[in-house]
Design a protein around this ligand. Structure first.
Ligand code: ATP
Ligand code: MG
Length: 159
């Protein structure tokens, strides 16, 4: 359905504002020029964004930063990037991070809550939409997850 991208991103940030405030994490939302309404399944994409933002909060230390950015890599797709300044993921874990139930450092993440299903569900949803999800991370520097979706801008690519 028709979705306002700026609104969608503001709303995901709002849903987590309490959790971010608790950890003194600052967040910014940025939407590149010209991106307004696109056609996508709002409920499903919200589920993906909620997982990415909750991960970013969970795995970022107090005082960190989270950036949510929408861009248009080409006229018929939209990319949404969730970037954090968190603990990052080592190269050896990166390849398994989308596996069901996979969590880095079981002992640590047990206290953290969660099942290890979030990213695998996110990938299923994104795939079902014909999109891709990519994760880029540097231990102790942070993590960036980029979701790219085919999304036609309402009224054509130029509107
Ligand atoms: P759930 O999403 O089911 O509540 P979860 O967050 O542990 O649990 P996933 O979202 O699938 O599970 O993430 C899998 C694992 O990947 C996490 O347990 C964590 O170790 C690692 N991870 C995910 N996102 C990040 C991130 N932004 N920074 C650092 N590590 C991450
Ligand atoms: Mg998660």
């Amino acid at each position: 359905q028709s979705t306002s991208v700026p609104e969608m991103l503001e709303e995901v940030a709002d849903r987590f504002s309490f959790q971010m405030r608790k950890k003194s994490i600052r967040s910014t939302v940025r939407v590149e020029d010209g991106i307004k309404h696109v056609l996508l399944d709002r409920d499903q994409i919200d589920q993906v964004l909620d997982n990415l933002v909750s991960n970013a909060i969970k795995y970022t230390l107090d005082g960190g930063r989270i950036e949510i950015v929408a861009s248009r890599p080409d006229p018929s797709s939209i990319a949404i990037r969730v970037k954090d300044t968190g603990i990052g993921i080592s190269r050896k874990d990166l390849s398994r991070i989308f596996d069901r139930f996979y969590r880095v450092d079981k002992a640590r993440s047990r206290n953290m809550g969660g099942t290890g299903l979030g990213l695998s569900i996110a990938r299923e949803i994104v795939k079902a939409h014909g999109g891709t999800i990519a994760l880029d991370s540097e231990p102790n520097e942070g993590t960036t997850v980029t979701v790219t979706l085919p999304a036609l801008q309402e009224g054509g690519a130029a509107s």
